[in-house]
Write a protein that binds this ligand. Sequence first.
Ligand SMILES: [Ca+2]
Ligand SMILES: [Ca+2]
Length: 454
Amino acid sequence: MRSRSILIVGLVLALGGGCGDPADSAVDGGGAARDAASGDDAGREVDAGSAVSDGGGASDAGGVVDSGAGTDSGIPTACDAPLPDLTGERISTGAFQEPVFLAQPPGSTDLYVVERRGRVLIVRGGTTLGTPFLDIRSQTGGYGSAGGDERGLLSIAFHPDYATNGRFFLGLTPTDGRTVNLVAEGRRSAGDSDVAEAAITTVLESGTDSRPNHNGGFIAFGPDGYLYVGFGDGGGANDPDRTGQNLGTLFAKILRVDVDGATPYAIPSTNPFRGVSGAREEIWAYGVRNPWRFSFDRASGDLWIADVGQNLWEEIDMQPASSVGGENYGWNAFEGDHPFRGGAPLRAGSTHTAPVYEYAHESADTIPDNGVSVTGGYVYRGTAIPSLAGAYVFADLNGSTAGFRLCDGAPAALRTFDGLNAIPGRYIVSFAEDQSGQLYVLFASGEVYRIIAA
Ligand SMILES: [Ca+2]
Ligand SMILES: [Ca+2]
């Protein structure tokens, strides 16, 4: 209990968004629960990337589920058919310290659990192996300090050809003096496939990041084989550096790079701002505040982004697989689908891509309820829970879960999952998906569960 209390204090600080950041001073103090209950927005930022946090999505239609529901299982499901209640089972008898993500390498049956302090642990058959796959605790965390907040090791993505090339990628903040958000590459050791080589190398830097929050830090390979990277707006409250609508910076963007085409990476020839004067060519989409988790629907290829809001609205964006990139998700001209007071104008010539779903902060009448910071999840394509097929499962950091299918562009079958809400963990920091489409939910207080039918 002692360590759990400490963790929660740390998280609360992170939720406040401040952590020593003057720009956010109005925010802290609170404690997630208190913030959530206060109903007072004044400058308070409940953010989370921290323990982490966010995600987003956009819209469209039909395709996702209409055709897809039930496809994998072979059991036909109407798009708006009710979703089942869900619960979870622990993945390991071992304990984790601030787990923030897990992944399963292609071809493996093991789960690799990422701890924010800088370790990756292998879970095999319900047991956590004693030797970490990776331990970079001395290289990640706060900028030059041992602080936690929203920094640290935030994600891992295995190369699609990991089984043969041993390459994997990390999203993190380093402790070597660079105040940046970083994508680094690591490699499985030649002698022992359960251990990585100690050294990691820099792939991509955000540029100078003067604030500890909104680091994004999530990375994932798309169905096109390119590596997608989410960076937040740099931090502070209200996008003080106006990065959201500025294509000259990597902050507040979803990036897309080719880690096979060059070292450290090449720009895909079809990136939307390639050759555009004044724009960073890595940009795939822009106007995100702190994309705390994005995911690709393994059946359709659609990209789902959860984007953490400022004080009023949490949002889910869905970018259809047919997208050619370049979407403007609006920040800080918009928060959710609402003009953001004091925000920058939308980038000239662009239009706002609205979320497919949004929910207000701190309301008992929303799903999820009493929201403070969205945690993006996955479209379920596993086979174990046929009635969940095609549903996007996500949560609010506060522990309230939700799911819906997108039917002709509109959310349907929306519900919360009482069985998941009852799991005795604190702060849902992430979801994850294994190679079979099975979903997992991770709590900052240390619990990692496989999601199963209630
Ligand atoms: Ca930052
Ligand atoms: Ca938005």
